[in-house]
Design a binder for this molecule. Sequence first.
Ligand SMILES: Cc1ncc(C[n+]2csc(CCOP(=O)(O)OP(=O)(O)O)c2C)c(N)n1
Ligand code: SF4
Length: 291
Amino acid sequence: MGNYKKYVLPGDAACPGCPIPIGLKVVSSATDGKAILVIPACCTSVVVGSAPKSSLNMPVVHVPFASAASVASGIREALLKRNKEDMSVIVWAGDGGTADIGMASLSGAAERNSDIIYIMYDNEAYMNTGIQRSSSTPEGAWTTTTPILGKTEQKKDVAKIMMSHNVPYVATASIAYPHDFYNKLTRALKIKGFRFIQLHSPCPVGWRFDASLTVDVAKAAVETGMWILYEYRDGKLEFSNPSKYLIEHNGFKPIEDYLKLQGRFSIIGRERIKELYAERDRNIEWFKKLL
Ligand SMILES: Cc1ncc(C[n+]2csc(CCOP(=O)(O)OP(=O)(O)O)c2C)c(N)n1
Ligand code: SF4
């Protein structure tokens, strides 16, 4: 990987074990800093701070919650008018800003095939304002707005929604597999049009695990099939390793191995765990149809 140390500086405002600086190191190294980041309100707005004291040494435009994809589309058009073809425009947004409040502008940018990359770092709740449920929170997870039964609805699958927009590139990634994320972003950077990457990003504060376990939790999500790594290009899907290997060899670890690492699932019942197994299997069968 390239030199992220030039761009992601020590001394940010992240909680210990935060997945955000891990993800941004990959983004800055894959782009070698040649990108403008558009960041709607989220933990990252606080983590990197604002100029002139930002810990992220790249151009950043902080924007209102719902507008990120539209603002990014406009910036890209302005750059093209000025013949600045080599400067990419990347949205870096949380799941609340993507799956919920930013969905309309995201869908609009995808439908127009705007020449931007949209990275949704998915920490599966509104962390910055106090761990409220988002539509990307998984079933059974505790949040401050689902305190008794955990979330009773399934996780909204934004990457699938983006595929249905027939955009040139959709991928999933995980902060536990930075090289896979780096390679996907490098490929996405070479494609024109709308590209979307959903980055699974466990948050120790909101998911209730020890700050030393961020990468282990992210890895366990993949190893249990609760997060599947894939790439979707021009109507064809390809699983990425280790998900590819695990699917082909039916080698997933029990989902409980993932759940028990996190306090947010301590209230989950046996029936709901059964439902998670069924959802995982249905999900994989659905993806297999696109192979
Ligand atoms: C229109 C609007 N509504 C609400 C807020 C308050 N707000 C700021 S950050 C945030 C949560 C963002 O959640 P998410 O996008 O999941 O990112 P995370 O905080 O988890 O990184 C909210 C609700 C806002 N800034 N603007
Ligand atoms: S709440 Fe979670 S995502 Fe937000 S800064 Fe802290 S560790 Fe990072």
